[in-house]
Design a binder for this molecule. Structure first.
Ligand code: PMT
Length: 406
């Protein structure tokens, strides 16, 4: 089962306030929606709720101390900042709001926020007089200027007996706000076809030729396209992944099957396709013949396998007169930009995503990626982040490109 937050990494920051008890429920809701959750707490937060509670709920160690060498060696503040797809501080006290507005980096939570590459959201929680104080309002305006999302607060009875604004929003509402952060709607009404994963080219009934593609990049792109409002079709080679929510997944095995499914979905469907994204690692060659029976070992030390070229799916799609916007990938182990540019031209692509696959921490079968988007006009580098984040940025880029060129 996948949820709205499947594959999303959420860092929940907890600052000191009576509403800290609600952050335990928030962690549970986010996990129920499929997210991987980690928690970072300020010192004051630990006066209200124990790290142990949040560790038990998240299933991960809780970060409480910037200067703890052991914890920093395990997953330090910089790694945590890079790991997160979204940071949500709930509750966000008047104090942490003030420190964030000043750009402070004086504890684990503020340093993670300073080092982040992902969006940040705050769920303010404080007494109504503190909320209305002009300093708090100025600090909130500063955070808004820096594109920091604000969830709530709600109005109502407060722990101190006052009534007014400043109650932290309920965990359910906060979890829904978190989901909305990933829904850009930039491709509302568009139809997007995406290939993902490897292909398998059979040698005999029990053997095949394939590659290390896990499908993670393509599935993340499909999830991001669906979150952007697109009617999304994922054509996937064999992977161990579950189809993202609101995505129609067509499973194929070989390059020829993938080609047939792509042509059907792009050109033979009743609704036109607006964008085709080829992230699959399609085998360039397949054995010329598939042995009917299992090939037996013989006395020879070597064996020859005769191969024939597979159809180039993305080039075939791009070569048609009425082609959609075509985005290809270029998986390269050397001369990344040069080789990617040559694929852009040779395969008549609109955009190519250059992917350095010589490293083990990005590219094939990794959780992170770093890519360069190349068009005829521009080269845009995207720093290393989770494949989900990279996918969201690629989809945003492609949506903007489509609008500009239409
Ligand atoms: O699946 P993961 O483990 O997450 O890894 C992601 C990835 C590294 C596979 C992905 O990010 C990536 O780089 N995909 C492209 C892999 C590839 O085969 O690249 P290529 O440079 O060989 O091919 C260039 C383009 O032509 C690609 O868009 C490919 O899908 C397409 N192609 C290639 C051969 C073929 N017969 N038909 C095609 O459509």
């Amino acid at each position: 089962m996948t949820g709205k937050l499947t594959n999303r990494r959420i860092l929940v920051g907890v600052s000191g306030g009576i509403a800290a008890y609600k952050s335990a429920e928030l962690v549970r809701r986010l996990i129920d929606l499929g997210a991987e959750v980690r928690v970072a707490m300020t010192k004051a937060a630990q006066e209200f709720i124990t790290p142990l509670t949040l560790q038990a709920l998240s299933g991960k160690p809780v970060s409480t101390d910037l200067l703890n060498t052991e914890a920093e060696a395990a997953m330090g503040h910089i790694e945590l900042a890079r790991w997160a797809d979204l940071i949500v501080i709930a509750p966000a006290s008047a104090d942490i709001i003030s420190r964030l507005a000043k750009g402070a980096g004086d504890d684990i939570l503020t340093t993670i926020c300073l080092a982040r590459r992902c969006p940040l959201a705050i769920a303010p929680a404080m007494n109504q007089a503190m909320w209305h104080n002009s300093s708090t309002q100025e600090n909130l305006a500063t955070l808004q200027k820096h594109n920091i999302h604000q969830f709530g607060p709600d109005k109502g009875g407060q722990a101190c007996g006052d009534i007014g604004f400043g109650r932290m929003s309920e965990p359910d509402a906060l979890a829904q706000e978190v989901c909305k952060c990933f829904e850009t709607r930039a491709l509302e009404g568009k139809r997007v076809v995406i290939t993902a994963g490897p292909t398998r080219e059979a040698i005999d009934p029990v053997r095949y030729i394939s590659n290390y593609s896990s499908g993670k990049m393509g599935y993340a792109l499909a999830q991001a396209a669906a979150e952007a409002g697109a009617h999304t079709i994922l054509i996937s080679g064999p992977t161990a992944l579950a189809s993202p929510e609101h995505v129609k997944c067509i499973n194929v095995v070989s390059a020829e099957e993938m080609q047939e499914a792509c042509m059907n979905q792009v050109y033979e469907s009743q609704s036109p396709c607006d964008i085709f994204i080829a992230s699959a690692a399609v085998a360039d060659y397949r054995p010329i013949e598939i042995a009917k029976q299992k090939i037996k070992k013989n006395d020879q030390d070597t064996m020859m396998l005769e191969m024939v070229k597979n159809p180039d799916i993305v080039a075939t799609i791009a070569s048609q007169a009425n082609s959609p916007l075509v985005v290809g990938f270029a998986a390269e182990t050397q001369n990344l930009i040069e080789n990617a540019k040559s694929k852009l031209a040779k395969k008549q692509l609109d955009l190519v995503i250059a992917n350095d696959v010589s490293k083990t921490d990005i590219g094939f079968n990794s959780d992170n990626n770093a890519v360069t988007i190349i068009t005829k006009e521009a080269i845009t580098e995207m720093a290393e982040r989770s494949k989900s984040q990279v996918a969201t940025d690629i989809i945003d880029y492609v949506a903007t490109y489509l609008t500009k060129t239409n």
